[in-house]
Design a protein around this ligand. Structure first.
Ligand code: HEC
Length: 209
């Protein structure tokens, strides 16, 4: 009897293992495409930085490039083409429009184009948007639109690297409609301070006697 049980258990075990192996063999592959197939176009889209002569500047821009690629900036700041995002117009904006109770916002052109891009913004102005969502005209972009709340814990070096990188993108002329939002901030520096920035703006208020 014991031998019979042993044999039965053995056969059941062998069948179970064989069944499991054939299950693994016959199920359709979940994913046959290499991950690079999906991420490839996005990975190669960011323009190279080999044109930057100064190696120190190139290293900083390269760090900025990495941060930008890893933080999904292209997801919003892309430019739409007929077949989805037009990756030749990398970060030239306009791809998404957000209608919110606080106003209507279109993703902006982050390339250094003179008239339609960031050429006229100072480094500090750009860092302020990344730190606290405050624009030079005093409007604040909701963090659900431009996710600055996720970015405000970057180090200053990271913010600087991103700005340096954006300055080295090929300029793309692409006009973006201005946001339709009411300016609400009169002391951008004060808001920035709350997010770890320095208030360079206005002298401290003096209590009234
Ligand atoms: C969910 C969408 C979204 C993502 C993701 C996003 N942005 Fe934005 N961004 C916007 C929108 C929309 C605006 C325009 C806001 C406005 O006009 O008030 C904007 C504005 C900006 C500006 C200000 C441009 C100017 O004209 O002064 C900068 C700089 C910027 N984004 C950089 C970035 C960077 C860098 C990343 C990635 C770390 C990023 N954004 C990710 C939506 C996004």
């Amino acid at each position: 009897m014991k031998t019979f049980l042993k044999w039965t258990a053995g056969i059941v075990l062998v069948l179970a293992v064989a069944g499991f192996l054939s299950f693994l063999y016959f199920i359709p592959p979940f994913l046959t495409a290499a991950p690079e197939t999906f991420s490839g176009p996005m990975m190669t889209a960011p323009p190279g930085l080999s044109g930057i002569a100064d190696p120190a500047e190139r290293a900083i821009a390269d760090r900025g490039r990495y941060i930008v690629m890893r933080n999904g900036c292209i997801g919003c700041h892309a430019t739409n083409g007929s077949q989805g995002p037009d990756l030749t117009k990398y970060l030239a904006g306009g791809g998404l429009k957000f209608q919110t109770p606080k106003g209507t916002f279109v993703s902006r052109n982050l390339t250094p184009d003179n008239d339609t891009g960031l050429a006229k913004r100072t480094d500090d102005e750009l860092k302020r948007v990344l730190r606290s969502g405050v624009f030079p005209d005093g409007h604040v972009v909701p963090y659900t639109v431009m996710p600055w709340a996720d970015l405000s814990n970057w180090t200053e070096e990271d913010r600087h690297a991103v700005v340096v990188y954006l300055r080295h993108l090929p300029a793309v002329r692409h006009q973006i409609p201005d946001p339709d939002a009411t300016p609400s901030i009169t002391r951008p520096g004060a808001v920035e301070q709350a997010y770890g920035g320095k208030d360079y703006g206005v002298a401290p208020a003096v209590p009234v006697e």
